[in-house]
Design a protein around this ligand. Sequence first.
Ligand code: MG
Length: 345
Amino acid sequence: MRGLKLKYYPYTLELKNVFTIASYSRSTTPVILTEIEYEGYTGFGEASMPPYLGESHSSVIEFLSKVDLTGYNNVFDLETILTEVDEIAPGNTAAKASIDIALHDLTGKMMNQPLCNIWGLNDANTPYTSFTIGIDSPDRIKEKVDEAMEYKILKVKLGKNNDKEIIETIRTITRKPIIVDVNQGWDDREQALDMVYWLKAHNVKLVEQPFSKDRLKDTAWLTKWSPLPIIADESIKRLEDVIKSKDVFSGINIKLMKCTGLREAYKMILLAKAIGLKVMLGCMTETSCSISAASHLSPLVDFADLDGALLIKNDVFEGTKIINGKVTLSGLPGIGVKKLGEPGK
Ligand code: MG
């Protein structure tokens, strides 16, 4: 595709609150914003690199410097292009997602249709998203829950040593459904099962990643006896991991930055549903670029956790919004975003 141009530049997301989970705290997230220009159209993409996944500004720039899209003659042949981008090097899933998202945006714009229409999905069928409450002091948790009144489902980070205190604090304010993310923070499986029963009695709807990612036998045991769905996050990344989750977890949390983007995410959703796994669509802290991209798949999933752009101060896109807690697409073609200003230029 002569005339096709790939551009990219680093950017740093500033988080509204210091974000604490079971294993660490941080207040920024590095991202790379990509643009692919072709025949007067521009597709936008993004790589978001929370540190625990091992990618960084420099690793993504190094990967993208090896991507040459000029040799293809059909811009709509995403299957071939993205397979070959994937083969450039192992890993680098966020870098790959930044190409995947930009090409989906570009081709959607060339067809003048939102991606959900191209995929045959109804944008009225988008789910409510959960809104994340990080680990914090009881007073600060109360404030955060108040600030989250608009959202129908809270996502609460557990896995330190005050799980019950956190849930009880929230329950002094609201009875709304909660999903919990343990981020590998539990150790003992009997205690975990007791805790899951306790959580169910407190209107918790699911438990994400209770044990460290390689403890699949203990996880399978917990899933077998648990009254709540047990969802894989850190234990799974890509399409090949979906089959391994059967009989270990009740469902999987798919994130564009883990799975190389929309094309693979779509395949993972179909496979997971076919083998009886529930599907959650999650995110990192990201701009509205990647959140909007993921939102086009959201009519297919059981649970959405697409609050990443709500947690940052310096978004550079406007697209899918969360309105009264519901994932609400913009109706614009491609991933459906407008860029706000020219950061990095
Ligand atoms: Mg998680």
